[in-house]
Each structure stands twice: as C-alpha cells, then as structure tokens.
Design a protein around this ligand. Sequence first.
Ligand SMILES: NC(=O)c1ccc[n+]([C@@H]2O[C@H](COP(=O)([O-])OP(=O)(O)OC[C@H]3O[C@@H](n4cnc5c(N)ncnc54)[C@H](OP(=O)(O)O)[C@@H]3O)[C@@H](O)[C@H]2O)c1
Length: 276
Amino acid sequence: MRVLIAGGAGQLARAIRETWIDHELIVPAEASFDLGNPESVRSAILEARPQVVLNAAAFTQVDRCESEVERAMRINGEAVRWMAEAADETGALLVQISTDYVFDGTATRPYRETDPTNPQSVYGRSKLLGEHSAALAREHLIVRTAWLYDAWGKNFYLTMRNAAAQGRQLKVVDDQRGTPTTCRALARQLQVAAQEGWRGLVHGTCGGETSWHGFATEIFRQTGIQADLSPCPTADYPTPATRPTYSVLDGAHRCELGTDLMPDWREALGEVIGIG
Ligand SMILES: NC(=O)c1ccc[n+]([C@@H]2O[C@H](COP(=O)([O-])OP(=O)(O)OC[C@H]3O[C@@H](n4cnc5c(N)ncnc54)[C@H](OP(=O)(O)O)[C@@H]3O)[C@@H](O)[C@H]2O)c1
C-alpha cells in the first residue's frame, strides 16, 4: 500500500515507520504538510495520491491547548476535515488517531465505542471534532488510544526513567486509571487493521489497567531501577487541563473486527525495556 503519514516526527509515527516496512511510506516534513494550512494538507495528499492517509499528527500538548483554543481546534479538528475531503478526492482510506480524552472519565467500567462522549478539556473537544471530521471521509477508520509511550519521544515512561536517574523524589498520581500503550503495539495493530479492511470507530489500547503510580512502579520493577517513588492524589498536582479520572477503553469491538494484536500492558512494557 502507498501510505501518507501525517505527523511523521511524532512518537507513534516513528513506530509506524519502523513497523509498516512492507509498504511504500510517504512522510512529508511538517513544512510541506502543515495542519494549520488547508492548501498544504490538500496539495500534499493530491500530489502523493496515497491509498491510505494516516493522521498521527496532532497538537498534543494538552495543557497548552487550554490557552490556545483556536490552534487546537484547527489542528486537531478542522484539519482532519481537509484530510477527509482530499482522501475522498483520491479514493484513500483516512485513518485518524483519537484519544480517551473524548470521555469525561466518570465511568466505572471500560468505555465502549458506543458510550457517549463528554470531553472535559480543550484537547478532548478538539480531538472529538477530529473524530467527527474523519467520519466525513467515505472510507475512514478512527482509532482511539491512550497513555502512549515508547523508548523514544516525549512520554511518561522516559520521564520516569530520566527523573529516577537524576535521583529525584517522585510523587505520582494514583487516582487516575487507564492503560499504558506502546506505540509499537499500536503500530502493528494499525497495520493489520488497514490490511484487514477495518472501518468505523474502534478502541486501540493495550490490555489491562493501572494508575500512573502503578505504571511507574512497574517500570522500576521491570528495569530494576531504584527510585524514590510515592503515590499522590490528582489534587496535589493541579494542571490547566482536566484529565479523565478513569479512561480504560474496552477492546471487545476490536476482536469483532478482526485480528486483535494488543498485548497486556505489562508485557508490552517488557518489550520496550528489552530494546530501550
Ligand atoms: N501521547 C498520548 O498519550 C496519546 C494518547 C491518546 C491519543 N494520542 C493521539 O495519538 C496521536 C499520536 O500522538 P503522539 O503521542 O505520537 O504525538 P507526538 O509525539 O506529539 O506527535 C505529534 C506530531 O504532530 C506534529 N504536529 C503538531 N502540529 C502540527 C501541524 N500543525 N502540522 C503538522 N504536524 C504537526 C508534531 O510536530 P511538533 O513536535 O513539531 O509539534 C509531532 O511530530 C495523536 O493523534 C494524539 O492525539 C496520543
């Protein structure tokens, strides 16, 4: 397949570039595929004429989105409509990556694709607009993921390792629950999903659940790093954007659509530590 990847320098895009090796990948630089500029998005897609447009780009700085609302809505929301229109012109499948932040986090069981959305942050609202925009494409697949990390990029896993290496005292919230998900596991799942012809909306996280403190504990257990780690409530760590308290995503629909490749989050962490 001929695949155009938007956001090619991001952590998920890197995993896709390293995984989808049997495909022809077109990875435009941000300067020639700027999600702030409709003409840039349109011309890049029309020129490349891909079979798949995979949007791994986003304004992902959740707290900054609170003060840069227009930018967030444009990059994470409107730009996806420009992609959908161009994908329709070239007959391409649009794969949009979305987030657990579309939910309000008040659930007491894993969220299903059919559960009502209710984002509590600008980032969540902008990504929900992105979902609606992607759904305008004739051929679309929207994959909601959460708590992404890998051995590269900017993420919680590397932050914890680096902070422990500096001997810092770590207080980590233990009252937000979700599922750490490796970029490489999601990249493999996305490849199979595209090959098997999945369409619509599907959740794509690793299996199981934990808190951020539980994740940190497991990172240090598996790496053998000695860290000064203690739990704290979200109230001790105020941020401009509200995070969902509970954002575990149900994976049952994924199994209905085809081959489920997402491992348990602890096993996926082991894979990253083995290589990273
Ligand atoms: N990280 C998570 O925990 C998480 C959780 C759920 C869902 N997601 C979603 O998963 C996808 C991939 O996330 P990620 O963690 O790989 O993010 P990431 O590492 O921040 O990568 C996003 C990429 O998008 C690029 N970008 C930002 N603004 C752009 C613009 N105007 N035009 C073109 N490119 C632009 C960024 O470039 P710069 O670095 O130059 O800004 C970056 O290379 C996103 O859709 C995100 O919303 C992420």
